[in-house]
Design a protein around this ligand. Structure first.
Ligand code: PMP
Length: 362
């Protein structure tokens, strides 16, 4: 019997893909991953360590982490039976798609958006329907999305969208959720910077799933924590694809403390939003720079120059942004996260210098 190459066993859909990864580049000013520039207070960090020191590390976390899910239920007002926690919201995207998608299933995904949706859907061998944003301003095309949702088992939307910052108003979102034949996932990783949420639709729309993360506005990217809200019936099914003990005790402790002290996050969020508005004004004032309207903690902009060269020239000046020019429709685009005011100034100076040295593309 001839042996196969082990790689022949990998699904062709997976072999075709490039992995979701990011080169680790050192930079003085890190504005490439939409993290918060504000660390959690030192006293909270120490208290979390103390809390975890008080419990055995040789023992598993609780099977169902009720303390954190109850805290989230109190904080959100959503029933605890409709909440799942994840090792980052990425894991909950994976669990949701795992219980729903397969070769005979269709998923509708706006384009461009967070790459993980399409990557996971491809590995699950689903039929993928992409719905382009409007070319003019990269806004959502509500009519097209509602039409695609009507024919899809799952529709995944990111609000505000990564990497464009686009949003849909309440009426548009309601239309999409109500037109959908199947489930609609609204990924609200950046909702705190927008101030609006799909949450209000949850109670009356059992086909809606809302995803949140503590990696952005909650300053916890290193600790990996996200949560999902949906009807208890749907939540019970998604739970089946979630790995056991997925949120470690340290992350649980910190997340609980952050929820207890949630009002302390209002000021950093307010500052980030104010800086976003200032950066958008600054970018719009620069000739040759097209800046897209963002409701998140990052801004997408396009220059008339090759993106890789602009990215490198900015990086040489100590500022790391994200070259997103390889995404559909984002030719010559970069994305910059909103940092501290002085970091944002460094970015603007670096951009000006980059634009003076990189020749316009013909
Ligand atoms: N959704 C979106 C839209 C994101 O941009 C990100 C992070 N880049 C995530 C989810 C994943 O977040 P987490 O750290 O919670 O896994």
């Amino acid at each position: 019997m001839r042996q196969q190459s082990p790689l022949d066993v990998i699904k062709p859909e997976a072999r075709k893909l490039s992995a979701y990864t990011l080169e680790h580049v050192q930079a003085d000013v890190k504005l490439d991953q939409n993290e918060s520039p504000y660390e959690l207070p030192e006293d909270l960090k120490r208290a979390a360590v103390e809390r975890v020191l008080a419990r055995p590390w040789a023992r598993y976390p609780e099977f169902i982490p009720t303390s954190i899910t109850k805290a989230l239920a109190r904080f959100t007002g959503w029933p605890v039976e409709g909440i799942l926690v994840g090792n980052g919201s990425n894991e909950l995207i994976q669990s949701t798609l795992t219980v729903t998608l397969g070769p005979s299933r269709t998923v509708a995904i706006p384009q461009p958006t967070f790459t993980l949706y399409k990557l996971m859907s491809s590995i699950l061998q689903a039929n993928i329907v992409t719905v382009p944003l409007r070319a003019k301003d990269l806004s959502y095309d509500v009519e097209a999305l509602a039409a695609a949702a009507a024919g899809a088992d799952i529709t995944v939307m990111c609000l505000p969208n990564n990497p464009t910052g686009s949003v849909v108003d309440a009426a548009g979102l309601k239309k999409i959720v109500e037109s959908a034949r199947g489930i609609v996932i609204v990924d609200e990783a950046y909702h705190e910077f927008h101030g609006e949420s799909a949450f209000g639709l949850l109670a009356d729309h059992p086909n809606l799933i809302v995803l949140r993360t503590f990696s952005k506005a909650m300053s916890m990217a290193a600790l990996r924590f996200g949560y999902l809200m949906a009807s208890p019936d749907l939540t019970r099914e998604i739970y089946k694809a979630k790995l056991p003990y997925n949120v470690n005790v340290f992350t649980q402790a910190v997340a609980e403390m952050v929820i207890e002290r949630r009002p302390m996050m209002d000021e950093p969020i307010r500052r980030i939003v104010a800086e976003r508005e200032r950066m958008m004004r600054e970018l719009k004032a620069r000739p040759g720079v097209e800046c897209f309207e963002s409701r998140a903690n990052f801004i997408l902009f396009r220059t008339g120059r090759p993106a890789k060269e602009v990215f490198d020239a900015i990086r040489m000046r100590g500022v790391l942004t994200r070259d997103v020019s390889g995404y559909p429709m984002l030719d010559r685009c970069l994305r910059v996260s909103v940092g501290l005011p002085n970091e944002n100034d460094r970015f603007l100076e670096a951009l000006d210098a980059a634009l003076s040295v990189v020749a316009a593309s013909r």
